[in-house]
Write a protein that binds this ligand. Structure first.
Ligand code: NDP
Ligand code: 2IT
Length: 447
């Protein structure tokens, strides 16, 4: 069978075996659309059914999470951990707490994570987990009770050599602290390397909190460098106002750009003088308030409820909120507004139609599995420090992160050239990530 026909039949089988998992299908489709030339070059991959093996998680765990709110009412949520692929190292990937979480979301994230982690060049496999629990509006005690109940099942599946979770949307330092405390209590082991994103007071690593946002901006900076440009004076829009967005904004400002808008699920704020990052941190990290609070505190800023932040004209866009947040209409608005660079801070924030629109318009586009790999790379550095009971300075850790992002950029760029698609970071990232995992799977036999 010719490779494209074979890939169509593999995709058909994935859809049939995983009905209703729309986001998982989308993530698989994007990879399959890129890897045909690599399969042509390496017939041994098809022979060993590497793609089919990559599309089937090694293990999928679904469990009940009962917990009690502050009024004594009992709630039941669903917990997930999908251990996707361990060819390169222990399963590694975050936990997401959001009401939209179901198996299809966890599998799309886990599938992406396998290639992303391979791209970092570090010894980490891919996995993802989470729950349909909604932390919004919950007290610290409620979040703690939920995390303790979640870990009461999860602990038996994870470990520093097995599976190492971290944060993702809705899971940050507070949640990782509660999860780590419960793991330690149940197992009677101070196993620092079982979770990453820990607080600095108990085994966390410098720059992990900043790493995803900083890393995405380092990647964008490399893209600009290849065309002889820089962030200096660039007008930038970053969507979201969570962990990734806040530190992307901070780094853009350090590199001389101006972030004029950011958002949350209630709408967006515009601040032509540049988003005040200290104010944003106070609102989002300390007060856990809504984004309109920002405009209320800055007289010249405005809040626009219920609309897409992509209607704000910019030269560089860094989507850092959620999957499929850039529709084809948003892409057209961005292109008309003069945007020439899109760098995914979030996982799969750009819809397939929007990616096609960007490609057709010559917009340089960096997929999340390359551009947001700084978070998981810093997690791997945290594991390294935990294993050697060491802790590095902020400056050294940031330098390591910058080198890792620059290496990922160089590999994506070179692989795209090698496969006759210069400047196509999607092709470069998918093929380079795929080759690395494929080689490790082949070497380990039929597993
Ligand atoms: P957070 O929970 O800290 O922040 C998410 C932000 O996105 C919030 O401001 C949230 O607003 C906003 N958001 C969510 N849905 C929408 C929507 N439909 N429209 C507008 N805004 C929305 O998550 P993170 O910053 O950690 O994660 C963001 C993205 O980055 C995710 O795709 C995640 O998978 C990815 N990522 C995260 C990494 C990490 O280390 N944390 C690493 C690599 C990727 P609201 O509060 O209103 O919901
Ligand atoms: O999507 C991601 O790469 C993350 N949420 C970070 C995973 C990690 O293990 O640090």
């Amino acid at each position: 069978m010719q490779t494209p026909t074979k890939l169509e039949s593999i995709f058909g089988a994935v859809v049939a075996r995983n009905p209703g998992e729309r986001e998982f299908h989308q993530a698989v489709r994007e990879v399959l659309d890129s890897v045909a030339p690599a399969l042509d070059k390496h017939p041994e991959y098809a022979e060993a059914k590497i793609i089919e093996r990559l599309c089937e998680p090694e293990r999928q765990i679904i469990f009940r999470v009962p917990w009690e709110d502050d009024r004594g009412e009992v709630h039941i949520n669903r917990g997930f951990r999908v251990e996707f692929n361990s060819a390169l190292g222990p399963y590694k990937g975050g936990l997401r707490f959001h009401p939209s979480v179901y198996l299809g979301i966890v599998k799309f994230l886990g599938f992406e994570q396998v290639f992303k982690n391979a791209l970092t060049g570090m010894p980490i496999g891919g996995g993802k987990g989470g729950s349909d629990f909604d932390p919004k509006g919950r007290s610290d005690r409620e979040v703690m009770r939920f995390c303790q109940s979640f870990m009461t099942e999860l602990y038996r599946h994870i470990g520093e050599y097995t599976d190492v979770p971290a944060g993702d949307a809705g899971v940050g330092g507070r949640e990782i602290g509660y999860l780590f405390g419960q793991y330690k209590r149940i197992t009677n082991r101070y196993e620092s390397g079982v979770l990453t994103g820990k607080g600095l007071s108990y085994g966390g690593a410098q720059v992990r909190r900043e790493a995803t946002g900083y890393g995405a901006v380092f990647f964008a900076d490399e893209m600009l460098r290849t065309i002889g440009d820089s962030f200096d004076g660039k007008r930038v829009v970053v969507s979201g106002s969570g962990n990734v967005a806040i530190y992307a904004i901070e780094k853009v400002h350090q590199l001389g750009g101006v972030v004029v808008a950011c958002s949350d699920s209630s709408g967006y704020v515009v601040d032509d003088k540049g988003i005040d990052v200290d104010l944003l941190k106070d609102i989002k990290e300390v007060r856990r308030a809504r984004i309109d609070t920002y405009a209320a505190a800055r007289p010249h800023a405005s809040f626009v409820p219920g609309r897409s932040v992509w209607e704000v004209p910019c030269q560089v866009a860094v989507p850092s909120a959620t999957q499929n947040e850039i529709s084809e209409v948003d892409a057209d608005a961005l292109i008309k507004g003069g945007c020439t660079i899109v760098v995914e801070g979030a996982n799969m924030p750009t819809s397939p139609e929007a990616i096609r629109a960007f490609t057709a318009a010559g917009v340089r586009f960096a997929p999340g599995k390359a551009a947001n790999a700084g978070g998981v790379a810093a997690s791997a550095l945290e594991m390294q420090q935990n294993a050697s009971r060491d802790s590095w300075t902020f400056e050294y850790s940031e330098q390591r992160l910058q080198t890792i992002m620059s290496d990922i950029h160089a590999r994506c760029y070179a692989t795209a050239e090698e496969y006759g698609a210069p400047g196509n970071y999607v092709t470069g990232a998918n093929i380079d990530g795929f080759r690395r995992v494929a080689e490790a799977i082949l070497a380990q036999g039929l597993i």
